[in-house]
Design a binder for this molecule. Structure first.
Ligand SMILES: Nc1ncnc2c1ncn2[C@@H]1O[C@H](COP(=O)(O)OP(=O)(O)O)[C@@H](O)[C@H]1O
Ligand SMILES: N[C@@H](CC(=O)OP(=O)(O)O)C(=O)O
Length: 477
């Protein structure tokens, strides 16, 4: 593949669910002949499919993997896999027109789901013998399952584009029935070796099977890791992430498309804060790869291909400004222990428990005798965490609560009095904040609120900091 003459472009699950519309905008639109090419597409599974294969990203509700891992009922996973198959059929039926293509896609789903079903049955059988432990294979099962979502959406997209006269080629990185143990870079390099993106349009699966395990290393949101490695390895001119909306000052579904402002430019610092709030502007590890390879990153609205979208780079803001308001449901874990005063190491033991249970920490505060973690996790995991901490600190008072966090984010918030104005805006809306914090680096201010109040708080903050931006007269710290 040639250097700096092509782009690598990722399409997320939400937009993939409308891939038929993307044919008329992003993929083809008014392009003809050569103008169609020079673009490598990396696709995610259709929205919600990975949730059914693994577990729901937000609620943790088990999918095929969750059922197989819990093994509460031997057959729960069978039904879950059947459900995946019928949902996949429903999805490609909605986006494909030609009966021949639908037939091929149906056959593809049947073949792959049957293959996975047989593999899991064989594994269960094998593990009935004491020498083979199912627990040792869980990671491979997770990988096997997640790859199915992306290979399905890539297959369907390739069919759709070929039918429309585009020289599209499916690039399946999922390692299905493949031998050998390759690294992520090798997997990508081998697959792209004989492809000329200037005469054909590669449709690459966002999942890539590799020795290190894409899921183990990067977990959900992994297609952005494949995307960024591909862009870096092939020396792309630009890496582009296509989303359902422009990257905006707030979720357009929450405050309305007319109220939000599009972000013209921002930096990786803001992107990191967004991913901390569960709004994956870009996977943090993917951002690092692109930054190090010097590939510019752009985020665009997949349905408005003529708009340049948001450029993300390493530059500081020219003037301080609030850029985004984001919200996240969290759980708080409060450990109160009178004996904590003056003793070091309490936090380390709590962190150890959180790490063991794979809990993501969004933020934390502490005082003389209390350590509070704001966590992104499920009820079930929280119960286990509580139990483990109680064992380490039997006399500590452990309290958990379900709350939410609203965060005001910008490359440079200096002089904007975000904390103070935010609290006033929340109070003016007749609401209150349970906690609030701002760090000296001044790129985000977090407000902890009741779950029921989150939407109203976000609206109030958006109105204060974005919709009614007043010229600043003072520049207090
Ligand atoms: N600041 C924001 N700008 C744009 N979309 C946002 C924002 N905050 C939340 N969203 C929501 O994120 C959803 C998923 O967006 P998208 O990135 O397209 O999904 P995916 O990761 O599946 O590609 C959108 O439907 C939108 O409602
Ligand atoms: N579908 C996978 C991979 C991915 O990155 O998806 P999305 O681009 O829709 O976040 C997941 O949910 O983890």
């Amino acid at each position: 593949m040639t250097n700096k003459t092509h782009t690598v472009e990722k399409i997320g699950g939400t937009s993939m669910s409308r891939v038929d519309q993307l044919k008329d905008t992003l993929f083809i639109g008014s392009r003809q002949g050569e103008a169609l090419y020079g673009r490598v597409f990396v696709v995610s599974a259709f929205g919600g499919i990975t949730d059914l294969l693994l577990e729901h990203k937000k609620s943790g509700e088990p999918g095929v993997y969750g059922h197989f891992a819990n093994a509460e009922s031997d057959h729960g996973w069978h039904e879950a896999l059947t459900r995946v198959g019928s949902e996949m059929r429903k999805r490609h039926n909605a986006v494909l027109d030609h009966p021949g293509d639908i037939e091929q896609a149906d056959a593809f789903v049947s073949e792959r789901t049957l293959g996975i079903r047989n593999c899991l049955i064989d594994l269960q059988r094998l593990c009935a013998y004491g020498h083979f432990r199912l627990s040792e294979h869980m990671l491979q099962i997770r990988e096997l399952l997640s790859g199915l979502g992306e290979v399905h959406s890539a297959f369907v997209t390739t069919l759709m584009l070929q039918r429309a006269g585009v020289n599209a080629r499916l690039v399946d990185l999922s390692g299905w029935r493949d031998e050998g143990n390759v690294t992520l870079d090798e997997r990508i390099a081998q697959a792209m070796e004989r492809i000329d993106p200037h005469t054909e349009m590669p449709i690459v699966t966002g999942y890539a099977q590799c020795a290190q395990g894409l899921m183990r290393e990067f977990d959900r949101g992994y297609s952005e890791v494949t995307f960024s490695r591909l862009a870096a390895l092939t020396g792309a001119r630009e890496a582009i992430i296509h989303k359902e909306f422009h990257l905006s000052s707030c979720d357009p579904k929450l405050v309305g498309e007319a109220a939000v402002h599009k972000l013209g430019r921002t930096n990786y610092d803001v992107a990191d804060q967004l991913s901390n709030m569960g709004m994956e502007a870009i996977h943090p590890k993917a951002a690092k790869t692109l930054r190090q390879a010097n590939v510019p990153l752009r985020i665009t609205n997949a349905f408005e291909p003529d708009d340049p979208g948001t450029l993300i780079d390493d530059h500081a803001a020219e003037t301080p400004a609030v850029e985004i308001i984001a919200g996240l449901d969290i759980m708080t874990l409060e450990v109160f222990e009178q004996d904590m005063v003056g003793v070091k190491g309490y936090d380390a033991a709590i962190l150890e428990v959180l790490k063991r249970h794979g809990v993501r920490i969004v933020s934390k505060v502490s005082n003389a005798n209390t350590i509070t973690h704001y966590l992104d996790t499920s009820f079930k995991i929280m119960r286990r965490v509580e139990k483990d901490i109680a064992q380490v600190y039997p006399s500590a008072e452990i309290t958990t609560r379900t709350l939410s966090m609203a965060s005001v984010i910008g490359r440079d918030l200096n002089g904007l009095s975000v904390l103070q104005r935010g609290l006033v805006a929340i109070a003016d809306a007749g609401l209150s904040a349970i906690g609030a914090s701002q760090g000296p680096r001044n790129v985000d201010v977090q407000f902890i609120v009741d779950r029921d109040d989150l939407q109203a708080v976000i609206k109030a903050l958006h109105s204060e900091f974005i919709e009614s931006v007043r010229p600043r007269l003072t520049r207090a710290a």
